[in-house]
Write a protein that binds this ligand. Structure first.
Ligand code: HEM
Length: 299
């Protein structure tokens, strides 16, 4: 995410950023107590450090004149912001909004996609029949992709079964298990009265495991998506006005990863424990899903 958003790929700056982002995520679940030893306090401090790093990066880019820098997300936000030729009617983001957007994107895009990929590797490692079908599709495409350095959008469109593997992994893992809403008006849903001002949590995990919506909901079966899903039955990326902004990117990342993984490596899950980390914003495997990986002999 840091590479795509602001071209930071390695080095000490990235290590510190990652640690600080982990502190911010932990603080989001913590009781808001501002004592130096609390998770909440450490998260606030970490957020401050992240913001000053972003300020430094933005100042540096302005000093070196914007257009010559790399074309990343931060750059686009800054060009919009600094371009005085733009009409005054266009509402621009303030520096503080740019920094907030970058932090939001890192938090929303990093652990979610990483966790989803981890679950997908686990599910596939445990379901040889699905893997065999996936091999057939992916090796067919590999004839083309192995001759190019990148997998392109056209290739991704030729992966119907892999797309179902991605979707089924997201359903079964429910990376964002619930998301909150505020009721703006009194209403009634299926006999339940909901009052104005109530906080409501949408329980995505229960929806994804509902036997009325999904036959044998605990079985990993990508082919269940051969037919169209029932409305509102798949909410891995949310629904409505606040649907995930990065869902197509996340899907593409998962497909590219899947393609490279199954056409290059064999792996074996060595700890199939499915318990979830308690103190995590997103549904993440406690073990991290250790696997044995070997490179395939392609000769
Ligand atoms: C597998 C990966 C991902 C999953 C499961 C996921 C899931 C979600 C869900 C469920 C929501 C809606 C929350 C709500 O309605 O309250 C959401 C919102 C959001 N996601 Fe993702 N996401 C993923 C990847 C990404 C990526 C890669 C990015 C950024 C590039 C991203 C950026 C966002 C943003 C900015 C929002 C807030 C949208 C808004 O409130 O208008 N997500 N995501």
């Amino acid at each position: 995410m840091c590479k795509m958003l602001m071209s930071i790929e390695d080095g000490q700056e990235l290590v510190i950023l990652q640690q600080d982002i982990a502190h911010v995520c932990e603080a989001m679940l913590a009781f808001p107590l501002r004592f130096p030893w609390t998770r909440f306090y450490k998260g606030l401090k970490a957020r401050k450090r992240i913001m000053s790093t972003l300020e430094k990066i933005m100042a540096e880019r302005r000093r070196c004149s914007l257009p010559n820098n790399q074309q990343d997300f931060l750059q686009h936000l800054m060009i919009g912001n600094d371009d005085k030729s733009c009409s005054e009617q266009v509402s621009r983001l303030t520096d503080s909004e740019i920094k907030d957007n970058i932090l939001t994107m890192i938090i929303a895009g990093q652990d979610t996609t990483a966790s989803a990929i981890t679950w997908m590797v686990k599910f596939l490692g445990e379901n040889q029949n699905v893997l065999d079908r996936l091999y057939a599709e992916q090796f067919h495409i590999a004839d083309k992709t192995s001759k190019r350095p990148f997998v392109n959008l056209e290739d991704l469109n030729e992966m119907p079964y892999a797309s179902k593997v991605v979707k089924e992994s997201l359903r079964l893992a429910s990376i964002v298990p619930w998301f909150p809403r505020l009721s703006l008006d009194e209403c009634e849903i299926e006999g339940f009265k909901i009052m104005k001002g109530w906080n409501i949590n949408i329980d995505a995990k229960s929806i994804h495991l509902d036997p009325i919506l999904y036959e044998e909901p605990n079985t990993f079966n990508p082919s269940r998506f051969d037919d169209d899903s029932k409305p509102y039955s798949f909410v891995a990326f949310g629904m409505g006005g606040r649907t995930c902004l990065g869902m197509n990117m996340a899907r593409a990342m998962m497909l590219v990863f899947l393609h490279r993984l199954v056409t290059t490596y064999k792996w074996k899950v060595i700890d199939s424990d499915s318990s979830i980390e308690k103190w995590a914003l997103f549904s993440r495997l406690r073990t991290g899903c250790p696997i044995h990986v070997t490179r395939m002999n392609t000769n």
